[in-house]
Design a protein around this ligand. Structure first.
Ligand code: IMP
Length: 429
């Protein structure tokens, strides 16, 4: 029995989906702990691509149980579409998908508010995914949100919706000059969603804790990444939840003593979608080259991702904030054709060395990334299955990252397929 938390160490899109799928083999439960349909976890199996926004990536393993924790904001329409799509591809979620009663519901006014408030920010956009995430978490914290338990109880839903919709309609009309939502229409549509998801709803904290009591293993699936965290990210260019390790505990109702390992996932370069700082961003031409080779387009919005060199300042901080015991490196093959590869080892700020990520964006804007330059391997490594067989220059790159960060490397990904993985830590898969 091993309970493992998987955390994104950068700005999301580190390739967590592939590893959740891979590690799911040894788990009994795969449980997501935060975020919503802003996430897009891509998995490729036998050349077939699956993208999940809400359902945990472990669902492709037929006997595994999947949990949507209380820390999520659930768009029931997207969720039902995902269930339906899986069904069409011969995968049933019946008896193995569980949704927390305490998760919050993303309502249509959240999605509209997300879009209009972004427009109102003019030059100061966050670049959100437009999935209603921020406005839904805002209601959660303001204690006015609608939870899954409310949605599946028609009377409660009617009452809550009436009250909150009056307020949202006023906001939309008076501040954002938008048309009001019809109470009847939302009530009919969302009550029907409530009826459809009811059979999956349960006390997921109890479910997971009881399973762990019986010796079952849980894999905790994070979405987004450490530097999109509402507290630890590049605020305000962040999402509204806690992708960091703490979010796994509050987002599923599990205590820290239950956790055996915390593993971070990092791309061998850095990407970011949306606005906000990216200190090691590539010059334009190199950025385009890496984006094409790495297929760096958002799985949720299709937006091109900005790309840059690996940033050990970010990773050092992610190791600390999350208490990581090891790291999974992804997309090493994307560098196959590069003549030289850079590692950002630290920043310089006002003439001094900086090893950890500054909390102030003002300080960050005055930091200069410092690089070590290594030779590229300039051959294809996507078919290589063992670390020993990697070209010496690729091994040198991995070793350098390991040494400079002082952390074990557990797995290395050299392609999107399950088997394009170099396994260093045999206890994992
Ligand atoms: P929101 O989560 O839609 O509110 O977006 C806030 C910021 O987080 C934006 O910069 C998004 O592009 C970014 N973001 C949200 N989810 C993801 C993700 O799954 N991968 C990468 N970036 C994300």
């Amino acid at each position: 029995m091993t309970n493992i938390i998987i955390v994104g160490t950068q700005f999301g899109d580190e390739g967590k989906g592939k590893f959740i799928d891979l590690l799911a083999k040894r788990a009994d439960y795969i449980a997501r702990y935060q975020g919503g349909a802003n996430a897009g976890h891509t998995i490729v199996i036998n050349g077939e691509q699956f993208i999940f926004h809400l359902i945990p990536s472990g669902i492709l393993h037929k006997k595994k149980k999947c949990v949507i924790g209380n820390g999520l904001v659930v768009d029931p329409q997207t969720l039902l579409e995902e269930i339906e799509n899986l069904k069409k591809r011969g995968i049933s979620v019946e008896g193995r998908l569980f949704i927390s009663e305490n998760a919050h519901i993303v309502m249509p006014y959240h999605k509209l508010l997300d879009r209009v408030s972004e427009l109102a920010r003019k030059g100061k956009k966050i670049g959100t995914t437009g999935r209603g995430i921020g406005p839904c978490y805002t209601d959660k914290i303001a204690r006015t949100g609608i939870r899954v338990a409310d949605l599946i109880d028609e009377k409660t839903f009617q009452k809550k919706l009436k009250k909150i919709l009056d307020e949202k309609n006023q906001l939309l009309r008076k501040i954002y000059h938008q048309k009001e939502f019809s109470y009847r229409k939302i009530l009919t549509e969302y009550s029907s969603y409530g009826r459809k998801i009811k059979r999956y709803v349960t006390n997921t904290s109890l479910l997971i804790n009881r399973a762990m009591d019986k010796g079952k293993s849980v894999l905790f699936e994070g979405a987004q990444g450490t530097f999109l965290d509402i507290d630890w990210g590049t605020y305000p260019y962040v999402t509204s939840s806690h992708p960091v390790v703490g979010g796994a505990l509050t987002g599923l109702g599990v205590g820290p003593t239950r956790i055996d390992r915390v593993i971070g996932v990092a791309k061998v370069y850095t990407t970011r979608v949306g606005e906000g700082p990216l200190p090691t961003e590539f010059p334009k031409r190199l950025g385009e080259r890496v984006r094409e080779k790495g297929k760096e387009y958002g799985a949720t919005t299709g937006r091109p991702r900005r790309c840059g060199w690996i940033d050990l300042v970010l990773l050092r901080s992610a190791i600390q904030i999350n208490g990581l015991d090891s790291l999974i490196l992804t997309k090493l093959d994307v560098f196959d054709k590069l003549e030289e590869i850079k590692i950002c080892t630290h920043y310089r700020y006002r003439g001094k060395r900086m090893d950890y990520f500054p909390n102030s964006l003002k300080v960050l804007s005055q930091c200069q990334p410092q690089y070590e330059v290594l030779k590229g391997w300039q051959e294809s490594i996507s078919g290589i299955e063992s670390y020993k067989k990697l070209p010496p220059t690729a091994k040198k790159y991995v070793k350098r990252i390991k040494k400079l960060l002082g952390i074990k490397i557990a797995l290395i990904s050299v392609g999107p397929q399950r088997d394009q993985t170099i396994i260093l830590d045999k206890t994992l898969c």
